[in-house]
Design a protein around this ligand. Structure first.
Ligand code: ADP
Ligand code: MG
Length: 820
C-alpha cells in the first residue's frame, strides 16, 4: 500500500525492496522477542526465513550466516537485540520513514541562543537570523514586532497535504501529495529568459511532469536522484497529468514545513512570501518556543482539559492532525478569554474597592407621579430592569450595571427614572451619549417625559427646570462640544455649583473643566462607542458614583459577561407592545430605481425617508465627500422635486442640529446621511430606511439602522442595496429579511463575522482576539468559571505560582492601552 511505503527505499525501478525487507525482518524479530526466543515467530523457523529473504542484499548479508536454531536462549536474545539495533542504524542513515499520514516526528532539541544574553522574547524580530529591517517592516504591518509576536503569529488556515498518493493514483483537481525521486530538472521557457522550471519525478508507480511557472530558480535546487515531496493540484495537459506550481520540499530532514502535512497558510503582505514566512516561523518556534514560560497552573490546565502552552503553539502552526489543531486552538482561545476575564475582574475589584458609594433611598413613591404621567405602561422587562437598578442604588457599594436592550426597547425611560431617583436623593446625575445629535435628542426626550409630570418653570435652553414632581425643582442641562464657549462655561459653572441635577452631554462631560459638586449616578449610552477608559473617566468625576451603561447592541449573554464582566447585566428582551413589523427587503442593483420609486410614493403619502450612504472606513473626510456627492446626485437627478437634507460627521453641531430639526419637524422629506445616524435618532414620521452599500455593515449595525424607522404608527420599510455583494454578504443580508430579533441577529453576526468585526476592536476597548471565537459558549463559560475561581482564591494574583499569569494579564491589557 502506498501509504505505508517507506519513501527512503524508492529506487529507480520503482521498487521498494530494501526497506520492505528491513521492515519485515524487524517485525519478525520483534515477534520473536515477544515469543521468548522460542523460534516460533515464523513458520519453519528463523533460519529458513533468513535464507529466503530476498533480495540477498549486500547490506544485509552479514545477517544470514547464522544457525539460530542451534543457539541457546541467551545467545538468541543477544543476536536479536544486536540485529534490531543494526537495522535501526541502517534506517537512520537512510531518509526517514513516512508514516501513514507523512507527519514527521518532532525535533525537540533547540539550538541554544547565540551568545547575546540581551535577547529575549520581547526583542524585535530583527534578531532572528534572516530577518532584516525590510522584512521586519512587513511583519510589522501584520502586527508582529517581537519574537513573542512571531510565536503568536498564527496561520489563517491549513492546507491538508498529509495524505500521500502514488503517482499512479493522482487525480486531476484535488490537493495531493507525492514523494518522489527527481529524474531531471531544468529551466525552460520561451526565449532567453527561461522563466519556468520543469522537472520529471518518479516513484514506484510511475513518473510525472512538474512545472513551476515564473520560478526558474527552483531548477538549481533540484538535484537529480534526490527525494522530493510535492503537494498541490494536478492538472491535465494534452491528456497527461502535470503538477502545476506545487509546494515542494526536498526530503532532507524529518521536519516537513511546506509539504506532506497540514501546511500553515499565513497572512501575507506585499513582498512577503509563504515559504519565507513558514521557514522563519518554523525557525523561531524551534529556537524560541522553549523560552516561553507556561503561565497556566497545572490545576487550571488539567481541569480545563487544555494542552501545555508549547505544544499548543507548535500545533497551532504545524499541527500533526486536525484534532490536535483544534486542541491547540482551544488552549490558545482559552488563554485569551481567561486573561480578559482576569483583567475585567481586576477592574471591577479595583473600582469597587475605591471606596464606599452613596446608598440612595429608593422608596419609589417619589417616582409615582413620573410613572403615572407616562403615556404608556412599562413593559415587564422595563419593570424588572428598574427593580435591579433600584436594588443596586440602595446599596453603598457603587452600582456597575449594563442595561442592554435592543433598539426601541425603551431604555431611555428606565435611565430617566434612575436619574430622577438620584435627583430625589439630592445627587447629580450625568448621561453621556456618543454623538451630539444623540445627546440633544436625549435632552429633548427626557425633558419631554419630565414635562408631563412636572410643570416647567423656565425654558432657557440649554437648561430646563421642572417643578412639582419632586419636593424640589429639577434642572436638566445639556453640555456638548458644539455649544458656544460662553454657554459651555455657564453650564460648567452651574454643574460645579450643583445647580444642575441632570446633565446630558457628549464626551465633553468628561473633559477638564467639568467638576461635579455631587455626582451620584452616571449613565453611559451606547456603550460600545466608548472604551473602558471613558467609562472610568466619567466615574472618576464623582466619588464612587453609581454607573449604568446602556447598550443597544444586543450581545449574547455569555459574550456580554465576558466583555463587560466588570458590569452586572440587565436585559430588556421585550419590545413595547403594538409595534408594527418593519418590512425588510434586500434589493439587487437593478432594483435601485424601484427603491427610489418606493421612497417617492411614501413621501407622497406624507412619510419621510432616511438614505444611508455606504460606510467608508478610511476616513471621515472621504466618507463625507461621498455623502455630499450622493446628496447632490439624488437632489439633482433622482428627487429634484423633493426636499432633501444632508447630515455628516463634519458638519458643525449647529448645522447638524438644524438639519435634524428640519427633518424632525417635517420640513425635509429625505435625510441623506453618513452612518452617523446609526444610533438613537427618533423621528416617528420616518417610515423608510434605505441603506446603500448594505454589504459593508454588520447585521447588528443594519438592525440599528432599521430601528430608526417604525417608531410611529405607520407601516415602515427597510431597503438594503448592495452593488456587488459577495455570496456571504447576500447570505447575511437575507438573514435580515427574516430575523427581527436583535439578539438572534447578533448571534448570527458573531457566527458569520467573528467578534473583531462585530464590535470593531477599536470600539470595544478590548484586547484583540486571535484564536477565540466568541460564539464558542462552552469555552467562554469555562474561562469565566476558572477566572472567578482563581480570582476568589488569589484576587491580586500575588501567590508565587500566579506570578507568570499576573504578568500575562498585564501584558495583554497594557498593550491595548486600556486598563493600564
Ligand atoms: P431605546 O433607547 O431602547 O432604543 P427608547 O427609549 O428610545 O428606546 O424608546 C423607543 C420608543 O418606545 C420611544 O418612542 C418610547 O417613547 C417608546 N416606549 C418606551 N417604553 C415604552 C412602553 N413601555 N410602552 C410603549 N412605548 C414605549
Ligand atoms: Mg436609545
Amino acid at each position: 500500500m502506498a501509504e505505508n511505503t517507506p519513501i527512503s527505499s524508492i529506487n529507480k525501478q520503482g521498487k521498494t525492496v530494501l526497506n520492505q525487507t528491513i521492515e519485515s525482518l524487524r517485525k519478525v524479530l520483534k515477534l520473536e522477542q515477544a515469543k521468548g526466543y522460542s523460534d516460533k515467530a515464523v513458520m519453519g523457523g528463523l533460519d529458513r526465513f533468513l535464507r529466503n529473504l530476498s533480495p540477498r542484499d549486500d547490506k544485509l548479508s552479514g545477517l544470514f550466516s547464522l544457525n539460530y536454531s542451534a543457539l541457546d536462549t541467551r545467545a538468541r536474545e543477544k543476536w536479536v537485540r544486536d540485529t534490531l539495533k543494526q537495522l535501526d542504524a541502517k534506517e537512520r542513515r537512510a531518509p526517514p520513514l513516512l508514516t501513514q499520514t507523512i507527519i514527521p516526528s518532532r525535533k525537540t532539541a533547540p539550538s541554544r541562543p547565540k551568545g547575546n544574553s540581551e535577547q529575549s522574547l520581547d526583542s524585535p524580530i530583527t534578531l532572528i537570523p534572516g530577518i532584516k529591517a525590510a522584512l521586519a517592516s512587513k511583519f510589522d504591518k501584520l502586527g508582529a514586532k517581537t519574537i513573542r509576536d512571531l510565536l503568536y503569529f498564527f496561520p489563517r488556515r491549513h492546507i491538508d497535504y498529509s495524505h500521500r498518493k502514488l503517482i499512479s493514483e493522482l487525480e486531476v483537481g484535488a490537493e495531493q501529495t507525492i514523494v518522489a525521486t527527481i529524474w531531471e530538472a531544468a529551466q525552460k521557457g520561451p526565449g532567453y529568459r527561461m522563466r519556468t522550471t520543469e522537472a520529471v519525478v518518479g516513484d514506484e508507480s510511475g513518473n510525472i511532469r512538474v512545472i513551476w511557472f515564473n520560478q526558474p530558480y527552483i531548477a538549481k535546487k533540484l538535484t537529480t536522484n534526490s527525494q522530493i515531496v510535492l503537494s498541490g493540484r494536478v492538472a491535465e495537459f494534452r491528456g497527461r497529468k502535470v503538477f502545476q506550481s506545487p509546494e515542494w520540499e526536498l526530503l532532507e530532514s524529518d521536519d516537513l514545513v511546506h509539504t506532506g502535512r497540514l501546511v500553515p497558510v499565513y497572512p501575507l503582505t506585499a513582498g512577503l512570501y509563504p515559504r519565507t514566512v513558514r521557514r522563519l516561523v518554523k525557525g523561531t518556534l524551534d529556537r524560541w518556543l522553549p523560552e516561553l514560560p507556561e503561565f497556566l497552573s497545572e490545576n487550571v490546565r488539567v481541569s480545563g482539559g487544555l494542552l501545555p502552552l508549547h505544544k499548543a503553539i507548535r500545533q497551532a502552526h504545524y499541527p500533526d492532525t486536525e484534532q490536535s489543531k483544534d486542541q491547540a486552538r482551544k488552549r490558545l482561545a482559552f488563554d485569551e478569554l481567561f486573561l480578559i476575564q482576569l483583567g475585567v475582574l481586576a477592574k471591577k475589584r479595583d473600582w469597587q474597592e475605591e471606596g464606599i458609594g452613596n446608598a440612595f433611598n429608593t422608596d419609589s413613591s417619589c417616582l409615582e407621579p413620573f410613572f403615572n404621567s407616562l403615556p404608556y405602561k412599562l413593559t415587564s422587562a422595563q419593570v424588572q430592569a428598574l427593580a435591579e437598578i433600584q436594588s443596586d442604588l440602595s446599596k453603598p457599594r457603587p452600582m456597575s450595571r449594563l442595561l442592554q436592550g435592543e433598539v426601541g426597547s425603551g431604555k431611555t425611560v428606565v435611565a430617566t427614572a434612575a436619574m430622577l431617583l438620584s435627583a430625589a436623593n439630592g445627587y447629580q446625575a450625568a448621561l453621556m451619549a456618543p454623538t451630539e445629535i444623540l445627546a440633544e435628542q436625549h435632552f429633548n426626550t427626557i425633558c419631554g417625559l419630565l414635562s408631563r409630570a412636572g410643570s416647567e418653570s423656565s425654558d432657557s435652553k440649554p437648561v430646563r427646570k421642572f417643578s412639582s414632581m419632586l419636593p424640589h425643582p429639577i434642572s436638566v442641562g445639556l453640555l456638548t462640544g458644539g455649544l458656544k464657549e460662553s454657554a459651555k462655561q455657564e453650564i460648567q459653572e452651574r454643574v460645579s455649583a450643583d445647580e444642575i441635577d441632570i446633565i446630558i452631554g457628549t464626551h465633553a462631560l468628561i473633559q477638564k473643566g467639568v467638576d461635579f459638586r455631587n455626582l451620584g449616578l452616571c449613565v453611559v449610552d451606547e456603550q460600545h462607542r466608548f472604551g473602558v477608559m471613558q467609562r472610568s473617566a466619567l466615574r472618576g468625576k464623582g466619588s464612587c458614583p453609581h454607573v449604568l451603561v446602556m447598550s443597544a447592541t444586543p450581545i449574547p449573554r455569555t459574550l456580554a459577561l465576558t466583555l463587560y464582566g466588570d458590569l452586572d447585566l440587565s436585559v430588556l428582551d421585550e419590545l413595547p407592545p403594538g409595534r408594527i413589523e418593519i418590512k425588510t427587503r434586500f434589493l439587487i442593483p437593478e432594483q435601485r430605481q424601484k427603491a427610489y420609486d418606493f421612497v417617492r410614493k411614501q413621501v407622497a403619502e406624507g412619510r419621510q425617508a432616511f438614505i444611508i450612504c455606504p460606510l467608508i472606513e478610511e476616513s471621515e473626510a472621504i466618507e463625507t465627500k461621498a455623502a455630499i456627492t450622493e446628496y447632490e446626485h439624488l437632489s439633482r437627478n433622482v428627487f429634484p422635486d423633493l426636499r432633501l437634507g444632508l447630515l455628516h460627521g463634519r458638519l458643525n453641531s449647529a448645522d447638524k442640529d438644524e438639519v435634524m430639526q428640519r427633518f424632525r419637524s417635517g420640513e425635509l422629506d429625505i435625510l441623506v446621511s453618513t452612518p452617523v445616524v446609526e444610533v438613537g435618532v427618533d423621528v416617528p414620521n420616518a417610515a423608510v430606511m434605505l441603506i446603500e452599500g448594505a454589504d459593508r455593515f454588520g447585521l447588528a449595525q443594519l438592525h440599528q439602522f432599521r430601528g430608526r424607522v417604525g417608531r410611529g404608527q405607520h407601516q415602515s420599510y427597510c431597503l438594503l442595496l448592495a452593488d456587488t455583494p459577495s455570496a456571504e454578504a447576500k447570505e447575511r443580508l437575507s438573514l435580515l429579511e427574516r430575523i427581527r430579533n436583535g439578539f438572534a441577529l447578533a448571534e448570527e453576526d458573531l457566527r458569520l463575522r467573528g467578534p473583531g468585526e462585530f464590535f470593531g476592536t477599536r470600539q470595544s476597548g478590548l484586547p484583540d482576539l486571535k484564536m477565540a471565537k466568541l460564539s464558542d459558549v462552552e469555552l467562554l463559560e469555562l474561562a469565566r468559571r476558572e477566572a472567578i475561581r482563581l480570582f476568589n482564591a488569589d484576587p491580586y494574583l500575588k501567590q508565587p505560582e500566579h506570578r507568570l499569569l499576573a504578568r500575562e494579564v498585564s501584558r495583554l491589557w497594557n498593550s491595548e492601552g486600556e486598563l493600564s
